[in-house]
Design a binder for this molecule. Structure first.
Ligand SMILES: Cc1ncc(COP(=O)(O)O)c(C=O)c1O
Length: 367
């Protein structure tokens, strides 16, 4: 058994010891050359994973901070404009709430838990908007991988619909629980904001978040007066161009990121994506054999599997047993607590580790 409880929850995830150790390096000042060198190296690695040649903003916050940043920088306060917020679970609902709490006109497009946001529904919403004769949505917000339901939305197909019907609408994508484990081609898809957190498929401790931001999104931000301060994309980009950050960054976490990016380059991003697909296949096969998948057919996530608790097992008892074996998984989220449970298969997990966890659950089920 391992010397600690290994996390198979969808964030924070298990972080390798070498990454944890990288945080213990001596401090450097963030206004000096060594920091610039570190930041520049990190940019190279991040751009590979985001599939972009342009900037990836680095924020000392969890992903929620960049949710707020996207809301404030990419949508004006004009009540006639606003955002089309697609909602397919608790996290996408929270992002919609973030837009509302920042005073942005928010149109909700909601599908039931377990279902994906479809291109057809987005088409309908955009057509209804056009038929109403109002200005187009300033932005559409989509959570790529809904962590509460284990659903991955068909991003490329939705992007195609938005580009066809509403080309001026910015496309804002939350890939908090998928980026780094699943390929999302920022430049190829022509996205405007693609954001993620450190504590999921990147396999880092919590505390950092990253966002690729298009020139178009920055141009939009320049037209918005009240962008806030800490998550002002223009300011973050201005400093980023000088390999720096507007305020004091979490230097220890950046050291961990630097180390992890080097390891990801050794593994190779395509291999990393293939490993995530393999882990997902192992987990889904087990889930279908013992329970059922919560996600509708064809949309199950490659980073987290949400399992319908068809046998009515006590998830608390399961986790208590797993703790004795050195593992921890997640109960269902919000209203799905008890009805579902979730197993994360992201970051640096290997197929052997995945099988060992599932074997431990099998032992609990056999009791
Ligand atoms: C899909 C999704 N978006 C956003 C968030 C919020 O991110 P953070 O906890 O890093 O603020 C989460 C957290 O689990 C998430 O799963």
């Amino acid at each position: 058994m391992s010397d600690h409880v290994k996390l198979f929850i969808p964030g924070p995830v298990e972080v390798r010891k070498s990454i944890l150790d990288a945080q213990a390096a001596w401090m450097i000042g963030h206004r000096g050359k060594p920091f610039e060198t570190l930041y520049a190296r990190i940019q190279v690695g991040l751009r590979e994973i985001f599939f972009t040649k342009s900037r990836v903003l680095v924020s000392t916050s969890s992903g929620t901070g960049l949710w707020e940043g996207a809301a404030r920088n990419c949508v004006s306060d004009d009540p006639a404009g606003g955002v089309l917020a697609t909602v397919c679970g608790d996290f996408s609902e929270r992002w919609a709430d973030v837009f509302e709490r920042n005073g942005k006109a928010t149109t909700w497009l909601t599908v039931p838990h377990g279902h994906a946001v479809t291109p057809a529904l987005v088409r309908e919403a955009l057509q209804a908007r056009a038929a109403a004769g109002t200005v187009p949505f300033e932005a559409i917000a989509l959570v790529h991988n809904e962590t509460s339901t284990g659903v991955t939305n068909p991003l490329a197909e939705i992007v195609a619909v938005v580009r066809e019907l509403s080309p001026e609408t910015l496309i804002l994508v939350d890939a908090v629980s998928s980026l780094g484990g699943v390929k999302i081609d920022f430049d190829g898809l022509g996205l405007d904001v693609l954001l993620t957190s450190s504590q999921k498929a990147f396999g880092l401790p919590p505390g950092l978040s990253f966002a690729a931001v298009s020139d178009r999104a920055l141009a939009k931000a320049a037209t918005i007066k009240n962008r806030g301060y800490y998550f002002d994309f223009i300011e973050l980009d201005k400093f980023g161009q000088k390999n720096n950050t507007p305020s004091t960054p979490a230097i220890s976490l950046l050291n961990a990121l630097d180390r992890q990016l080097a390891d990801i380059a050794i593994e190779g991003v395509e291999n990393r994506f293939a490993r995530h697909a393999q882990l997902a296949a192992i987990t889904r096969e087990w889930a279908q054999r013992n329970f059922a998948l919560f996600a509708e057919d064809g949309f199950a996530s490659d980073t987290v599997t949400c399992i319908s608790n068809t046998r009515g097992i006590d998830i608390g008892k399961l986790n208590a047993y797993l703790a004795t074996q050195g593992y921890h998984i997640s109960d269902g989220y919000g209203t799905l607590k008890g009805k579902t449970f979730r197993i994360a298969h992201m970051a640096d997990t290997t197929a052997d580790e995945m099988r060992a966890l599932l074997a431990a659950i099998d032992r609990f089920l056999a009791q």
